[in-house]
Every structure is written in structure tokens, then in C-alpha cells.
Design a protein around this ligand. Structure first.
Ligand SMILES: Cc1cc2nc3c(=O)[nH]c(=O)nc-3n(C[C@H](O)[C@H](O)[C@H](O)COP(=O)(O)OP(=O)(O)OC[C@H]3O[C@@H](n4cnc5c(N)ncnc54)[C@H](O)[C@@H]3O)c2cc1C
Length: 336
């Protein structure tokens, strides 16, 4: 395994930021882990970061340690029982290609998660979700390697502690676990989820199947979200905030149009709406700004630096805090 020095991450983060890793390598086989651990023991002061497709990360500066790009790309159908098909996907598979592969096998369940960038291994990190479906709805187990002992442990869905854009791996013990594979269980009797506004209208009156729904989701996403190949971004930059019902009621009197959905005893409101109300949609500061069609997406118009994007994000957070008393949290991992 080759460990490179001062490696450019420009093509490996969807913001397209021209940052470098002090050290970098690609992990194609699990057997490489021992070599990496030995290398790390010789460099105990350097931090380590696992990287998938770089679509949920903001590098504010160059990375001072070792970036390990996870490229474990196995893929297999494990079998089926009365209710489910079981598939196992190595962490390095491209998520969207994996979803398309499941559909080609005749398996349903992941169609609403089509076209989410990134890898299978990063999907459990923030319990990816879109159009009414979250990864947790279909996870059987997550297989992760403990970086302290090199042992692999199978986490069942409860142990993953999935919540909205969060998990055990993201919040409880970040960087301890290298996710090596995800086992999904996909229902033999599909239950289509097409109630989401936009999806429902597009599919009205049609005979549903996973391919059709996936195609509809792809076309909706392409019309709304910027393609990182054309304009650097990491998708939604802020999580939709959860506020107390009392705070929600107070805001609703002041701002009758504020959207809100009850969730686990709290109310989830729309970060995009809040940012839009503060006048940030389509705003630009140098080469950074928000996407013209979607206030929640921060973009790099070409030569923005990580610091500029992060400063812009801070300005938005302060502005929303000022107007609504709500503190927005970034959705991507911010590496400072
Ligand atoms: C245009 C666009 C649209 C998006 N739409 C959505 C959406 O609809 N829903 C949604 O949920 N997200 C969305 N995202 C965010 C992103 O696609 C997902 O979070 C995706 O799962 C990130 O995958 P990645 O491989 O690029 O992760 P990376 O950005 O490489 O890494 C993200 C985090 O996971 C860690 N990590 C990565 N791989 C591993 C591993 N194998 N083991 C342990 N840790 C690991 C990293 O250290 C980092 O902390 C979007 C992003 C973009 C650019």
C-alpha cells in the first residue's frame, strides 16, 4: 500500500476545495489495515480520517494527518427469508450505483435514496435520507472495524443508534470505527413511499415499480440540486432544526408561514425556509455563496477556500439566530 505525501484532495471533496492531505492512501483490501495501523504507531501525533466520496465534508484547511480513502468494493446477495432479500455491500461502493444494482436485481426499498452522492460506508454515518426514506429503514447490520483492536463487530440497527442525520458512528465514537460493509434487508413485498410533494404529482396514476420511482427521484433531484461536477457543494449544508413545541408555537404567531413537522416530541422546521427568509438565497460573496435554487446548499463557484465557505456558513448561522433565535447546525463534517 502506497502512502503519499502532500496529496491533493481537490478531486476527492465535492466542494472542489483545493486542499491537501499531509499523507494519503487508498484502502482496497482489509488486509491493508494492519499496515496502516503499524504506520500510525510510528506517527502517533498525526490524526487519521476515513474518507468516502467526500460529499459530506468541509475541509476548512489542509488536513494535517493521514487520509484513508475507503475503497472496499465487494457486493453480494446473501439470500432471502420469508420477508426480505439480504444484500451486503462493501463500504467503498458508490451509493447510487449500489441502489441501481439492487433495482436491477429486482429488489425494492432503496429507490427513494437514488442519486445521493458518496459511498455505502458513509451512508450509516449520518443515516442518509431523502423523500421520506432513511437508511435505517433498511439496515440489517453495519460491519465496522475497531481501529483500536482491528476486530470487526456487527452492529444491529438498534446499536447503530440512528436518528435524523446522526448515528453512533458519527456522534458517540467518531473515528474509532472503520465501516467496512453494510448489510441491508429489502422487503419482498415493497411498500412504495411516494407521498412526498413533487414525487406524488410525477407518479400520479402510474403503475409503480422501483425503477419508475428511482427515475422520478433522479429527475426531481437533478432539477433542484446542483451537480458537484459543475458547481462545488456538499448538498444541504445545515440540518433542519428541531425545536420545542413552545418555541414553535411562539414563532408560528410571529411567522404564520413557518413550516413544521412534529418529530419525537419536538417540531422539525425547515432550515432552507429560515435561511431564505433572511434573504440568503442565491447570495454570493467572492466565490462562495448559496445556490440560487436552494438556500440550504452552500456552493463553491470555482476558487473559494475552505475558510471562506466556513466563514460564510457562520454568517448565515448568526443571521438565522438573530431573526429566529434558532441555532443552525452544519450537516457535513467540518474539519478545522
Ligand atoms: C448534491 C448532494 C446531494 C446530497 N443529498 C443528500 C440527501 O439527499 N440525503 C443525505 O442524507 N445526504 C445527502 N448528501 C450528503 C452526502 O451525499 C451523504 O452524507 C453521503 O453519505 C456522504 O458519503 P461520502 O462517501 O461522500 O462521505 P464523506 O464525505 O467521504 O465522509 C462523510 C463522513 O463519513 C466518514 N466516513 C466515510 N466513509 C467512512 C467509512 N467507511 N467508515 C467510517 N467513516 C467513514 C468520514 O470520515 C466523514 O466523517 C448530498 C450531498 C451532495 C453533494
Amino acid at each position: 500500500m502506497k502512502i503519499r505525501e502532500n496529496y491533493s484532495l481537490k478531486a476527492l471533496n465535492t466542494f472542489g476545495l483545493a486542499v491537501k492531505a499531509r499523507y494519503f492512501c487508498s484502502l482496497h483490501k482489509l488486509s491493508g489495515v494492519r499496515t496502516l495501523m503499524a504506520w500510525q504507531q510510528e506517527h502517533p501525533d498525526l490524526p487519521l480520517l476515513f474518507l468516502g466520496g467526500g460529499s459530506n465534508i468541509l475541509f476548512v484547511n489542509d488536513y494535517p494527518g493521514l487520509v484513508v480513502q475507503v475503497r472496499l468494493e465487494t457486493l453480494e446477495v446473501l439470500g432471502q427469508d420469508e420477508n426480505y432479500h439480504y444484500v451486503r455491500a462493501g463500504a467503498g461502493n458508490n451509493w447510487h450505483e449500489f441502489v441501481q444494482w439492487t433495482i436491477a436485481q429486482g429488489f425494492a426499498g432503496l429507490e427513494n435514496l437514488s442519486l445521493i452522492p458518496g459511498t455505502v460506508g458513509a451512508a450509516p454515518m449520518q443515516n442518509i435520507g431523502a423523500y421520506g426514506v432513511e437508511l435505517k429503514d433498511h439496515v440489517y447490520e453495519v460491519q465496522a472495524l475497531d481501529w483500536r483492536t482491528a476486530e470487526i463487530r456487527d452492529f444491529n440497527v438498534e446499536e447503530c443508534r440512528f436518528t435524523y442525520r446522526d448515528s453512533y458512528f458519527k456522534s458517540v465514537e467518531p473515528d474509532r470505527w472503520l465501516i467496512v460493509a453494510v448489510v441491508l434487508r429489502l422487503p419482498r413485498q415493497p411498500q412504495w413511499k411516494i407521498d412526498y410533494s413533487g414525487v406524488k404529482e410525477l407518479l400520479a396514476g402510474k403503475m409503480l415499480n422501483a425503477r419508475l420511482i428511482s427515475d422520478a427521484i433522479i429527475s426531481i433531484r437533478q432539477s433542484k440540486l446542483p451537480d458537484p461536477a459543475e458547481i462545488g457543494n456538499a448538498g444541504s449544508f445545515f440540518k433542519n432544526p428541531l425545536i420545542t413545541p413552545a418555541q414553535w408555537a411562539a414563532l408560528k404567531t410571529q411567522f404564520p408561514d413557518i413550516p413544521g413537522w412534529p418529530q419525537q416530541g419536538q417540531v422539525k422546521t425547515s432550515a432552507g425556509w429560515l435561511i431564505d427568509q433572511c434573504g440568503w438565497k442565491g447570495k454570493r460573496d467572492g466565490d462562495t455563496g448559496t445556490y440560487a435554487k436552494h438556500a440550504l446548499v452552500l456552493v463553491n463557484h470555482g476558487n473559494a477556500t475552505g475558510i471562506e465557505v466556513w466563514n460564510f456558513a457562520q454568517t448565515i448561522i448568526a443571521s438565522v439566530q438573530d431573526s429566529f433565535g434558532i441555532t443552525l447546525e452544519p450537516e457535513p463534517r467540518v474539519i478545522r
